[in-house]
Design a protein around this ligand. Structure first.
Ligand SMILES: CC(C)(COP(=O)(O)OP(=O)(O)OC[C@H]1O[C@@H](n2cnc3c(N)ncnc32)[C@H](O)[C@@H]1OP(=O)(O)O)[C@@H](O)C(=O)NCCC(=O)NCCS
Length: 315
């Protein structure tokens, strides 16, 4: 591997559900405590969609912000990809709704469902479309409203998840900055470890938390190591690792197995909970202005399916 970097991030945006739900708020409605949630997961608060909001409205808001931040006309986007598993309806896709709202009729638009790996999968597809020349400027989004598929009466899952969307505008780049390598993986034998229906139906999210935890702690450092070694990137050249934000203990245990120091691992789950496909791009606005050209960012997704995916990005 040593691909020419492609898919330079030129603008980022994010949106969160309007309802702030703290651990203390949950103490009032579930048999749980702030102490249990914060020590077992690292989460302190999360955001839920309010009246009139959905995964799609968050995705649209994040997309508009990313376009504005990039300073490009919506009309210059020639592909929209949205990683999500909580589209408010099976049809149309969230990506189609984004296209309509930003005013780009005729532009290719698709959702990609890979649970919490949805953004990492989508980034791989976006970069590959740019690399092949099928697209020249992509709007890449990760969005989920997990509160719409979680049983709010089940304390083992209700405390974990939140709602948000993150978006990035990618262009073909200058050959210096962009995605250089990717990993995609899935294993349907792990399907029983996490399942959920669609927003609004009765098939609420179920998971085997302990088994998912073990899987995540194994796969996360494995992917980082693989991407760095096969691209001859030294841990010291990595400015940020942005992992999927499932549990601070997963991140801590995984970091122990990696050569990248913990302070370079980006965390947002304390503020936003596990936002599934949104968890990685929600971090972009926090780091964008600090990114140092020539250094690397590793983004790492893992989740139900089972699915996993990671990307190596040269700043
Ligand atoms: C879900 C998770 C936080 C649970 O942590 P854990 O340390 O494995 O806890 P357990 O499930 O073993 O439960 C321990 C106890 O806490 C209790 N508990 C569960 N949720 C609780 C809550 N919100 N408040 C208080 N107690 C709770 C359980 O009932 C159990 O009680 P018991 O020992 O009397 O049976 C953890 O397994 C995890 O984060 N897994 C990964 C999940 C994930 O990332 N899923 C998304 C896909 S990426």
């Amino acid at each position: 591997m040593n691909n020419r970097p492609v898919g330079r991030i030129v603008g980022v945006g994010r949106a969160l559900g309007s309802r702030v739900v703290t651990n203390t708020d949950l103490e009032g409605v579930l048999d749980t405590t702030d102490e249990w949630i914060s020590t077992r997961t690292g989460i302190r608060e999360r955001r839920f969609v309010g009246e009139g909001e959905s995964c799609a409205t968050l995705a649209i808001e994040a997309s508009k912000q990313a376009l504005e931040h990039a300073g490009v006309e919506a009309g210059s986007i020639d592909l929209i990809i949205c990683g999500t598993s909580t589209a408010p309806e099976s049809m149309p896709s969230v990506a189609c709704l984004i296209g309509e709202e930003i005013g780009v009729p005729g532009v290719g638009a698709m959702d990609l469902a890979a649970a919490c790996s949805g953004f990492s999968y989508s980034a791989t597809v976006a970069a590959s479309m740019l690399r092949s020349g099928v697209a020249s400027r992509v709007l890449l989004v990760g969005a989920d409203a997990m509160s719409t598929i979680v049983d709010q009466a089940d304390r083992s899952t209700a405390v974990l998840f939140g709602d948000g969307a993150g978006a990035a505008v990618l262009d073909s780049g200058d050959g210096e900055s962009g995605f250089v390598d990717h990993i995609l993986g899935a294993d349907g034998r792990g399907a029983p470890l996490g399942r959920a229906g669609h927003p609004g139906d009765d098939h609420k999210l179920f998971q085997n938390g302990r088994e998912v935890f073990k899987f995540a702690v194994r796969i996360f450092p494995e992917m980082v190591e693989k991407l760095l070694s096969r691209n001859n990137v030294a841990p010291g050249e990595v400015q940020y690792v942005i992992p999927h934000q499932a549990n601070a203990r997963i991140i801590k245990a995984a970091v122990k197995k990696m050569e990248v120091p913990e302070e370079r691992v980006v965390i947002n789950l304390n503020r936003f909970g596990n936002t599934s496909a949104a968890s990685i791009p929600l971090s972009y606005p926090d780091i964008y202005d600090e990114m140092e050209p020539g250094k690397y960012i590793v983004t790492v997704g893992f989740g139900f399916g089972l699915t996993w995916a990671a990307n190596l990005y040269r700043i």
